[in-house]
Ligand binder design. Structure first.
Ligand code: RB5
Length: 149
């Protein structure tokens, strides 16, 4: 699978560890930056990865900031994105099965690299169940359309 990844300066050090893990699982990874620990702004990278997902340049996205919160909020502002921030694997798995999330976010100040890998593994290996969950995801997208500026 082709996966886009992005972070801010706080998530920067965890990013290559996750890239290496994804590649060890056979995935192709596109790194949307940043390329250094220089202080930057998480919304830029949340938006870049979100655009790559909706344009189908990549199939799914992974975002890392200090908490995973800001960068997931930024990504969720792009129409068609369902980004989840997770600190444990159960929610990551269910977010795919029930909510068909297309971006996973986590915080480098919140979880360690081994837990992050476990969360990534569960999320990537889960499948959307459709059915009643599809109706609810469609309702979310109706809200998105009805509230466009
Ligand atoms: C940066 O200081 C920090 O605010 C950012 O990494 C993230 O945690 C925001 O949600």
């Amino acid at each position: 699978m082709k996966i886009g990844i992005g972070s801010d300066h706080v998530g920067f050090e965890l990013k290559p560890i996750i890239v290496e893990y994804l590649e060890s699982l056979g995935h192709e990874v596109v790194d949307f930056g940043p390329n250094s620990t220089t202080r930057t702004d998480y919304p830029k990278y949340g938006e870049k990865v979100a655009h790559a997902v909706v344009s189908q340049e990549v199939e799914q996205g992974i975002l890392i900031c200090g908490t995973g919160v800001g960068i997931s909020i930024a990504a969720n502002k792009v129409a068609g994105i369902r980004a989840v921030v997770c600190s444990e694997p159960y929610s990551a798995k269910l977010s795919k099965e029930h909510n068909n999330t297309n971006i996973l976010a986590f915080g480098s100040r919140v979880i360690g690299s081994e837990l992050a890998k476990m969360i990534v593994f569960e999320w990537l290996n889960a499948e959307f169940e459709g059915g009643r969950h599809a109706n609810r995801v469609n309702m979310i997208h109706d809200i998105e359309k009805e509230n466009q500026e």
